[in-house]
Each structure stands twice: as C-alpha cells, then as structure tokens.
Design a protein around this ligand. Sequence first.
Ligand code: HEM
Length: 460
Amino acid sequence: TMSTPIPQPPTIPFMGNATALDRDVPHHSFTLLAKTYGEIYQLDLVGRKLICVSSYALSNEVSDEKRFQKRVVGALQEVRNLVGDGLFTAQPEEPNWGIAHRLLMPAFGTLAVKGMMEEMRDIANQLLLKWERFGPDAMIDPSEDFTRVALDTIAYCSMSHRLNSFYTEQQPEFTVAMGDFLSESGLRARRPRVLQAVMRGATVKYEADIKLMKKLADRIVATRKAHPIPKHDLLDTMLNSRDPKTGQAMTEQSISENLLTFLIAGHETSSGMMTFMVYYLLKHPEKMRKLRAEIDEVLGERLIQYDDFGKLPYLIAVMRETLRLSSTVPVRAVTSLEDTTIGGGKYAIKKGDTITIQAWQMQRDPAVWGDDAEEFEPERMLDGKFEALPPNAWQPFGFGARACIGRAFAWQEVCLVMGSVIQKFDLSFVDPSYTLQIKQTLTVKPADMRIRAAPRTSGT
Ligand code: HEM
C-alpha cells in the first residue's frame, strides 16, 4: 500500500520552515499549524526534520515504547549545557540515566514524598503569610509567587537548601539566572548557527548564568559530603545509595547535575500549573464556588493534611482538567526505532525521525473528549471517568520509562498549596477582562496575569 505524504507548509530557501515558528512563543505557531494541517504535519527546521502529531490516535501510537523512544532535541539539547546527562536530558543510550533512575525511583515514590509534607508546608506557609500580610488591595503576580513556592520547595526538599525567595524584593540571583538560562536555551535552539555566532553578549550572559548555578550545586554537594547531616533528602539518597542493578554509585558531577535537573524540571512545571489553575477557576466562578464548598466542608478552618487529599475529589478533578487543557510541558519528542508507518499504514516514518507529540492539541481531541473538548469542565474527570479514559489520552507527565519522576511530588505540592490558597483567600482578577496570554521558556505559563487575594473572614 502507498503511504500519504505528510503535509508540510511552504518552505523558504535556506530557512526551510524556520520562519513559521514564532520567535517568542513557538507554542502559538504549533497551535496554528495544527489548525491548518490537522493530525500530522512536518517542518524543516534548517536541516532538522520535525514531524508533529496532534491527534489522540497518532499520539497514542507513538507512545509505544517498543517502537518509539524519547529523543532529546531542540531546547532540551541546549539545557544539556547545564545539566549534561541528568535524568531529564539524558539520551536513552546514556548509562547515567539508568543509574540515576533506578537509584532515585524509590526516593520519588508516594511514601517518600509523603514524608516531605511538613517541608512543603514550611514553604507554602511563606506564600500564605505574604498574601495575608499584603492584604486585599495588593496586586499579585501569581506566576511569580508560585515560582517562588515551587523553586524553594524543590530546593528545600531535595537538598535541604533554603533559597529564601520570599525574603527578597527581587527574585534571588539564582532564580533569575535559572529563568534567563531557560529562555536563552529555547532561543538558541531556534537561532540559525550564523546568527548564534554573532550573539556574543547573549553567549557571555548564558555562560555566566551556567557558572553561577553550577557553583551553587557543586558547593552544596561538596559541603554535604564533608559535613553529613542526619536527613534523608534526595541529596542524601544520591550520595549514599547504590544502583540496585549495577551496584554503581552516582558520580559527584552526576549528583550535581541532577540537583540542578530537579530545580529546572520541578519549578516552572508546577508553578505554571498553579497559575493556569487560578486562571481557569477565576474564569469559571461556578467551578470556584464548587471547589470552595468542598474544601470548606472537608477542612473548615483547620490545616490541610496529607489524608485530606483523598477526600477532595473536586480539587483533584480541577488539577487534572487544568493539565489537560494547559499542559505546562507542551511537547515531547520521540524517535522511531525502525522504518515504519503510523495511522494504519498511512504515514511513512523513517528510523531516527523526530516526532513531537503536541499535548495541547492531543488532549483536546474531540474523538476522546467530545464536542466540548475546549471547555474547562472538571466534572469530566470525576466518578471513575478519569480512570476509564483510553490509554495515554491524559498524558501531561509524559509516558513510559521517561515519564515524570516528580509526579507524586508535584501532585502533593499543588494539592497542599492550592487547597490552602482556596481555603484562605477570595481571589479575583485585577482586570476582569483578562484573557489568557502565554509566556514560553522550556514550559508554557500564563503571562501578565494579575490578581488580588483577599483573606477570607469567617463565614464568607
Ligand atoms: C519528566 C511534566 C513536575 C522532575 C517529565 C516529563 C514531563 C513532565 C511531560 C517527560 C518529558 C519528556 O518526555 O521529555 C511535569 C509536570 C510537572 C512536573 C507537568 C508539574 C505539574 C516535576 C517535579 C520534578 C520533576 C516537581 C522534580 C522534583 C522530572 C524529571 C524528569 C521529568 C527528573 C525526567 C525523567 C526521566 O526522563 O527519567 N516531567 N513534571 N517534574 N520530570 Fe516532571
């Protein structure tokens, strides 16, 4: 049987389709391209072919680990400049991935993460206290404060280091370096080589940011090695455990690179999720009321506890629905292990071709989610409906061996922070006509959103 050519937008000499991608927010271009070309299209990015799939059926097919595996390309490839073959950015064939993965899996399990509850609360309280003290008139940038929470939480839980982001007017040096590094990594991936060569200023800043972050991580590892503390955080696990399969220990460099990996992978993802969550709840007051009623009934005015998470199904549904509509990791890349076809023989794929799964389109496929796929409807995640979804239909944490190792961590953190925020504050948009704007680095998150947080008085 003959396969169908994969559609491709018109190309420009020497540039291919590179100009088809928005410089600042390529996510917008992928959305537009999917609208124009449908379930699959391909781009020529100056010598690099990228196949993009947007439907559930094709995404599910390329989520088969027997035929496809993760490939680190584009911006992730650039992030290796800081974290090398750390868990997130390792190519599948690199041995440090397996060592770190096997050694760390138990430390990221539900039970281990449950043990981090009070550390998480320590940081969450700093956000609650700040909003309470600033009062009902303060203009809050939720994205910035959730980033403080997420970054401080992962630094504190992984290596018992306090970044103290809530105690500085500006974001701390490290946070700024991290943000700038991630943005620049994305830009570098999309810049033609000739242009990159003349971007001397950007390169100097990029390298200085890398140095600053490495220095902190290296120092923390060296200090801990010299002065062990009686604490079972992730750093302790990495220093003192062995890979159960090979008996190998992680090298000091690998430990340092994985600490930085946790900071990268664990902050924008969760903070973006919490910001999207606030956005959707403020746009849908009836869902906010429903969530508030659930939280009030279960918690009243007492502190949220680990055991409460199981009693807050609507909170969980809101979290799931937020990540369905707005996965903060918007694309994942895989390569084919063989020459093959997808779509029932329709599209030819060559061994080594890079295929990206477009999470925002895939998780809005009407074939799975129905005619109201674009609507924010947490109810579709309730009463066993989530469990009954077809495989890989809801995939914001990736899939298979390379799925998110921090899922339980993120879930607990967001339950704790958002459960407490909704319990304690009446949130509102500063500009009620705000419509969703997107900012993109490695992840996507709402931009330019401002809110007010009025502490609730009893009985409201
Ligand atoms: C991998 C999403 C939170 C650490 C991934 C992947 C996704 C993802 C989609 C797979 C990427 C790929 O296929 O290339 C998310 C989301 C989060 C979140 C949506 C929050 C809402 C976290 C947290 C941590 C973390 C809190 C760390 C504490 C990692 C690591 C990997 C990963 C280390 C690489 C795993 C591997 O390849 O072995 N995450 N993540 N993530 N995530 Fe997360």
